[in-house]
Design a protein around this ligand. Structure first.
Ligand SMILES: [Zn+2]
Length: 325
């Protein structure tokens, strides 16, 4: 092809491609979150569906995430997952299963006393955490954020970092509520650890517990001083937490914060997000989570999840909670 012909051809191609290019570079916008309460298929999920709607949980999450300038709409939804206790991000949507919410709600009734944590926070901490963790995955995808290390750990760090930007009192409640839920999970005798538990892409509940306490202590050693004084966070680990938090802050501020509308974020974070600590939880849900046993096995048997070499004679893996979130 002669040079002139080649130029003509290139120009023509550019004209054809132009409209698509303009569409692809549409400016990222704040208020890019949509929400959906999917009516449950299982009648046993009706109370949690109603509770979520009555407390406007998705609307609150939508507000909380409104300052992020996203290139595409992100949908937050709650829906039934045929017995699986799970939550995930995929295809511009965060899905949190009613089964997982039911599990959280039940956890808040597992003990009568929660040490320094309010009962309501054992539900609210992980509730915020699951949406923020999945939002972490969404942010990595939508904002094309590179990640070193395990993405699951990075998503936990995004969640913890955002929780720590709330006012001190609320940040403390969210962190302790989430940590306590991990503690309950780690100490649950029915959650037997096996070799394959450690193959999971997520950290174990105990590791996620310590990682969370460490980031919190690293962010504010005064606000979280009691975590070390009472022995929840071993001194060996605590000594490096300021550095661990600084590392997370640097990554967040450099890679994600440029996509935040600062004024809107300030307004959002200035709001009160949590009800009074003494708020009573609505009645305890039915004691058996829906399809609990089935759920574990179904997740275990999900193709590819534990590799093709897994056989039916292997011991069942630790609860699918480990693979959740
Ligand atoms: Zn995850």
């Amino acid at each position: 092809m002669k040079m002139v012909d080649a130029l003509v051809a290139l120009t023509a191609m550019a004209c054809v491609l132009a409209p698509a290019t303009v569409a692809d570079t549409a400016p990222a916008q704040t208020n890019s979150i949509e929400i959906a309460y999917i009516p449950p298929k299982n009648a046993q999920h009706q109370p949690i569906y109603q509770l979520m709607k009555d407390r406007r949980v998705l609307e609150r999450m939508q507000q909380l995430l409104s300052p992020f300038r996203l290139p595409r709409t992100l949908t937050l939804k709650v829906e039934g997952c045929d017995g699986e206790i799970d939550a995930w991000y995929a295809d511009d949507a965060v899905t949190v299963c009613y089964e997982y919410l039911h599990y959280l709600w039940q956890s808040a009734f597992k003990r009568t006393k929660f040490e320094d944590v309010a009962q309501i926070d054992v539900l609210l901490g992980p509730l915020f955490d699951v949406f923020l963790h999945e939002f972490g995955h969404a942010a990595f995808d939508l904002l094309d954020v590179p990640v070193f290390g395990r993405e699951e750990d990075a998503a936990d760090q995004v969640s913890a970092y955002i929780m720590l930007q709330f006012g001190k009192a609320e940040a403390r409640r969210l962190i302790l509520g989430t940590a306590y839920a991990y503690k309950l999970e780690a100490e649950d005798p029915s959650e037997r650890m096996t070799m394959t538990s450690f193959a999971n892409e997520h950290g174990t509940p105990a590791q996620r517990f310590y990682n969370l306490l460490c980031i919190a202590y690293g962010a504010d050693a005064q606000l979280f001083a009691d975590l070390v004084e009472k022995g929840y966070l071993p001194m060996d680990r605590a000594e490096g937490c300021e550095g661990e938090y600084a590392q997370v802050r640097k990554a967040f501020e450099r890679l994600i914060a440029p996509h935040i509308d600062e004024q809107l974020a300030k307004e959002v974070l200035d709001r009160t997000w949590l009800p009074d600590r003494a708020t009573k939880l609505p009645t305890r849900p039915r004691s058996k989570p829906v399809n609990w046993i089935t759920s574990k096995w179904r997740t275990w048997l999900k193709p590819g999840q534990f590799g093709s070499k897994q056989t039916f004679s292997d011991p069942p893996p630790k609860a699918d909670l480990e693979s959740a979130r």
